[in-house]
Structures are given as C-alpha cells and as structure tokens.
Design a protein around this ligand. Structure first.
Ligand code: NAI
Ligand code: MG
Length: 332
C-alpha cells in the first residue's frame, strides 16, 4: 500500500485538500494517509510554521500532497523549506489550455521547469545598516541538475525544444553561468532544440506569442513569477497544478496560495489540487486511476455545469468535486 503525506496547510489549502481527498477516496485506490501540519495555524499552535516532524513524515512516505499556506511574518517559508529539505530540485508547472475554459488562449501546451533550491530564494537575506540585502545563489551543480532534468523531461514527454530563461545581460555572473551551463548540457541532447530568452522578453512573449514555448527552464524567482503568468493564460490559478521532483519522493501542490480573499466561503476551485493529485498518482505509478480522474475533471470543466465562481460558475468546492466523483465512478 502506498503511503501519502497530506499537508493541507491553511486557508483554501484545507478546502481544496478536502475535495481532492474525496476524489482519491472514491477511486478505489488503497492509499494510506499520514497527515502533517504546516502554515499559519500550525505556527499559532507550536510557534513554528514547518515543524521538523512534518518534514520527517514527508521524507518517509512515497509522495506528499500539499495544499497551500499563508506566509507567516519573520518565519521562513514552509513550502520553500520543504522543497529544500527534501531536495526537490525541480518544480514542474504545466501551462495547458483546457476544454471549455474561457481563457486568453485555447491552444497552449507547454511546461515551466523552475529550479527549486537556490537563486533569490536561497534564504540568504538580511538587514544591514543601510537597509537589507539578499544573495542570489547560483551553483554549477544545481544549474546542471535542472538543465539536465529539463532535457530528460523533454525526451520522456516527446517535447521538441527547451528554452532557458534568464537575465544574463544584467546578472552577468549568476545568469551568465546558468546560461553557459544550459548550453553545455544542451550539447548532450542533439535531438532536442535549445534556445534562450531574457526574462523580460519572455514575460512579453507569454502574452503575445506563447505558442512558441515547449519547455521553459529557469531559476527560482523567474519561474515563480512566470508560472503565475502562465496560469493566467489558461484560465487562472484555480486550474494550475505542479510537481516538485527530486532524487527521492515527490511533492505535489497547486501553484496558488491560501487565497485569504475567498477563504471560508467554500468556493475555491479544487481543480488545481485535483490535477496535482493526478500528477502524484502518475509519479507513483498509478497511471490508470490518474488518467480516469483527469478525464473526469476535464469532462466537468468542459460541460461547464458545475464550476466554481472563478470559472464563471456558481458551484461550491465540494459540489464540483462531487461531480468529478460521479464521472469517475462511471469509469471504474
Ligand atoms: P493566491 O494564489 O493565494 O491568490 C491569488 C488570487 O487567485 C486571489 O484572488 C485568489 O482568490 C485567487 N485564487 C487562488 N487560488 C484559487 C482557487 N483555487 N480558486 C479560486 N481562486 C483562486 O496568492 P496571494 O493572494 O498572493 O497570497 C495569499 C497567501 O498565500 C500569502 O500568504 C502568500 O504568501 C501565500 N502563498 C502560498 C503559496 C503556497 O502555499 N505554495 C503560493 C503562493 C502564495
Ligand atoms: Mg508562486
């Protein structure tokens, strides 16, 4: 039996996690859940938003499902800490148009691969007499590892091109190194095209001609920003899942945060969380059920009868999940 760590977090993290668990439970899969805490409520209880115990549990199971957490002032980020502690160096964020969803584009299918362990999110930030500063750490090792991951991902998923995104014209040393290593690795993959753009131009191309992208590989901060932009292109944060992959077990989470503006109303879109669970099932080898859950959710989105308000509907989180379950049961 596969063991899954469940970290609902807080805010809508808990709401969308409840929906995803309902779907998983009705799939007939025999999963053992280990619940673990993180986030704001966890901080209020223990004075720590990411207890060692949570990291310990997550390291021991086959995969982790993570909802979302609210940032706690003066505390390190719970999710960034988890990614680092578990050495989940690659954050895979698909940008895919979905049937029936009103969005800026309906013909997109590319993937952002974000370096997860360093860059401006290295946690090397401090106050100084003049103000504050942060170190943007770029290592050869992590740059090689993420570029290699991007090309391997391209090979496995039948993708044609990998694009490196950076700002090497200004960040000459850090991003100069990132770019040089990218092309060094690209040399090992002659069957896959490679090119690069500056991040500012990329932000514009995402709007003007996003069809040119296949796989985008980039550093931590740029990947964070571009993936929200990517989500915006195909229907919003309520639909965008992600996978954090490393040498061991993966962690799967929606791209969105705890959404305090809609928290407690029961109207959060569960799709990003359910798609993240699908990515998790694929990762642990449960392809058949992953496929059936994905199809069921796509049908619900396409039919458009049970949609949450962010997609123009009037359904609650749980109503949408129940509709997915109905479709799923007819496929089991
Ligand atoms: P957010 O992603 O929580 O929300 C941005 C906007 O998208 C809001 O208008 C929200 O209502 C909407 N939205 C997000 N997910 C949705 C869903 N499933 N259904 C419908 N609408 C949805 O980002 P925001 O507001 O910048 O941050 C809120 C808190 O979350 C902050 O404390 C932030 O630090 C934290 N955060 C946590 C993340 C994580 O746990 N991985 C990621 C991003 C932010
Ligand atoms: Mg983000």
């Amino acid at each position: 039996m596969k063991k899954i760590t469940i970290i609902p977090g807080d805010g809508i993290g808990k709401e969308v996690m409840e929906a995803a668990i309902l779907v998983l439970d009705s799939s007939g899969l025999n999963l053992e859940y280990k619940f673990a805490e993180a986030g704001y409520e966890c901080f209020q209880k223990y004075g720590n938003n990411i207890p060692d115990e949570t990291i310990k549990i997550a390291k021991k199971t086959d995969a982790t499902l993570f909802g979302a957490v609210t940032t706690v002032k003066d505390q390190k980020s719970a999710i960034i800490t988890l990614r680092k502690e578990m050495n989940l160096f690659a954050n895979v964020r698909p940008v895919k148009s979905l049937p029936g969803i009103k969005s800026l584009y309906t013909d997109l299918d590319f993937v952002i691969i974000r370096e997860n362990t360093e860059g401006l999110y290295s946690g090397l930030e401090k106050y100084t007499p003049e103000g504050a500063n942060a170190i943007r750490l770029i290592t050869k090792k992590a740059s090689r590892r993420i570029s290699k991951f991007a090309f391997e991902y391209a090979l496995k998923n039948n993708r044609k091109r990998v694009t490196a995104v950076h700002k090497a014209n200004v960040l000459k040393k850090t991003d100069g190194l990132f770019k040089d290593i990218f092309y060094e690795i690209a040399g090992d993959y002659p069957g896959i095209d490679s090119n690069d753009y500056y991040v500012d131009a990329t932000a514009m191309y995402f709007i003007t001609k996003p069809q040119i992208f296949d796989i985008v590989v980039t550093s931590n901060l740029f990947g964070d920003i571009l993936s929200d932009e990517g989500a915006g292109l195909v229907g919003g944060l309520g639909l965008a899942p992600s996978a954090n992959i490393g040498d061991y077990n993966g962690l799967f989470e929606p791209v969105h945060g705890s959404a305090p503006d809609i928290e407690g109303k029961g109207i959060a879109n569960p799709s990003a969380m359910i798609f993240s669970a699908v990515m998790m099932l694929e990762n642990i080898g449960e392809m058949d059920i992953a496929n059936k859950i994905e199809k069921s959710l796509l049908e619900v989105l396409k039919e458009g009868k049970y949609l949450t308000p962010d997609l123009g509907g009037r359904s609650k989180t749980i109503e949408m999940a129940e509709e997915v379950i109905k479709k799923l049961k007819s496929k089991l």
